[in-house]
Ligand binder design. Structure first.
Ligand code: NAP
Length: 308
């Protein structure tokens, strides 16, 4: 029987581990299939406070792992298959075993939706990116592509014009689903060129992305476009599959939270991108991990009163 199990090992899960380990809760962190989370797929991180020279995503996560371990957190490389939050103690089932715990922090994150084309994984962080806020600044004076037609794509395209000299916003339809105000902003931006009814059919390059093959879905014509970088903004998929029927869901399969980190089950807390479609930053995830750990500590001490 554990006091606290943390599901997920990105900035939210590991910050929760650091705080709860320092509070002597001896947390078990079930790391999932990507120990370290989404930052493993980035290169330089320049916006995490405290690193004035920037830090490589994987290096930052190694530091967090080490920091959590040194206070007594146990990091276990297992993937959660299912949970039972209906009865106490809570149960968390992995392929290896069934864990039981008095409290849980769900920090299982989200994964960016990908196009599923050849070389996509290979070029991730090497010309292909999934977060403009994180990596847009690397394309100062360059030409980039943004893919998608929702709020993220339109917002990211507009954001990248701060740095890039040209942004091609490529969408497979002839209209956006993004909100009117964001569309207007993008449509009025002379640095953005709109490429409608088009999709990427191949990523080309040796060590990094150099160009893409584009298909015009109306004419059937294929062209090759040389490009410095490409941002995928075709949505995210929250890692909530094991919690279906166990926790309350919000829209788009994210977990519902109240007061930032409370799930609808007392004793189960939520932190990071698994409930956050809006900010999705390492630093916000870390902050939410801290909050979840502090609330879990109060709950375990029997001090939780009127929240949420
Ligand atoms: P989204 O609304 O699901 O839009 C995804 C876009 O990607 C759609 O245009 C979709 O095209 C396209 N797409 C999906 N799969 C594709 C594929 N395989 N190839 C090419 N295109 C593909 O995702 P999102 O823009 O990330 O937004 C998610 C949620 O966050 C929304 O509720 C949004 O309002 C919210 N959000 C809000 C803000 C804000 O308020 N500041 C900012 C970002 C996001 P189709 O239309 O053809 O399916």
């Amino acid at each position: 029987m554990e006091k606290l199990i943390i599901i997920g090992s990105g900035p939210a899960g590991l910050t929760a581990a650091i705080y709860s380990a320092r509070a002597d809760l001896g947390p078990i962190v079930l790391e999932g299939d990507t120990p370290g989370g989404q930052l493993l797929w980035t290169t330089q991180v320049e916006n995490f406070p405290g690193f004035d020279q920037g830090v490589l995503g994987p290096a930052l996560m190694q530091k967090m792992q080490k920091q959590a371990k040194q206070f007594g957190a146990k990091l276990v490389s297992e993937i959660v298959q299912s949970v039972d939050f209906k009865y106490r103690p809570f149960k968390v089932v992995t392929l290896a075993k069934t864990y039981q715990a008095e409290a849980i922090i769900v920090a299982s994150g989200a994964r960016p939706r990908m196009l599923g084309l050849k070389n996509e994984k290979k070029f991730l962080g090497k010309g292909i990116h999934t977060c403009a806020t994180c990596d847009g600044a690397f394309y100062r004076g360059k030409e980039v592509i943004v893919i998608g037609g929702g709020d993220s794509a339109v917002e990211e395209a507009t954001f990248i014009t701060k740095f890039a000299k040209k942004v091609y916003l490529i969408h497979r339809k002839d209209s956006f689903s993004a909100s009117d105000i964001m569309q207007k902003r993008a449509l009025g931006d002379s640095k953005i060129e709109f490429v409608w009814n088009s999709e990427i059919t191949a990523y080309l390059g040796q060590e990094r992305l150099e160009s893409v093959e584009l298909l015009n879905r109306q004419t059937g014509q294929k062209t090759v476009r040389k490009i410095d970088g490409l941002f995928l903004a075709v949505g995210h998929i929250p890692n909530t599959e094991p919690f279906l029927g166990q926790l309350k869901f919000a829209k788009h399969d994210y977990l519902e939270v109240s007061n930032q980190v409370f799930s609808d089950v007392p004793g189960v807390f939520v932190a990071g991108d698994v409930a956050d479609w809006r900010y999705r930053q390492a630093v916000t995830a870390a902050g939410l991990g801290c909050m979840a750990a502090l609330e879990a500590e109060k709950y375990l001490a029997g001090l939780a009163k009127d929240m949420p």
